[in-house]
Design a protein around this ligand. Sequence first.
Ligand code: GLV
Ligand code: MN
Length: 201
Amino acid sequence: ADPEPVQDFCVAAQRGSDATASLAFPGLPCKPASTVVSDDFFFAAHARAASTDNPAGAGVTPGNVEAFPGLNTLGLSLNRVDLAPGGVNPLHTHPRAAELVHVEEGEMLVGFVSTDGRFYSKVVRAGESFVIPRGMMHFQYNVGAAAARAMTVFNSQLPGVVLAAQSLFGAEPEVPDAVLAKSFQVDAEIIKLLKSKFRKG
Ligand code: GLV
Ligand code: MN
């Protein structure tokens, strides 16, 4: 979905160096080609599992252009998703990319809701894939007895993520209780309970 590159590569310059004075679009400023090395095209962070020791039982290791500068201008990126048994990568959307979920271990229920309110989902097992169209609300839920792992591939170097619960109930400053209560058709008490789980401090 990102703009087409107009050169072989543009390894993103490190933040703070002279070249990063401005955050240009498309992509980030390029490192001088004379200083580009093989390691700029290599990314090892997905060799390790992320901790799933949290209330959701999920760990996502991002592999976007901020983590992997060699992706700059190339229009793609990937995450690793680790889920404990019963763990869920909670409902979220990506404003700038479709997402291909490729399960490598275990079994996950993967699903999204379309703009007309239809819920599409499948139990996806090792070696199988499911695609989430751009911008759709989606999740992965470990329905197996063991740990599960997927790689998620995006057609953007920086897909962005809007976590549903976190953005609504954890925003800083807070979204007014009255707005949330009317939006969800519940009492303000329920909104306060949800905010207590997602707001810091
Ligand atoms: C999974 O949905 C991910 O965004 O990595
Ligand atoms: Mn996602």
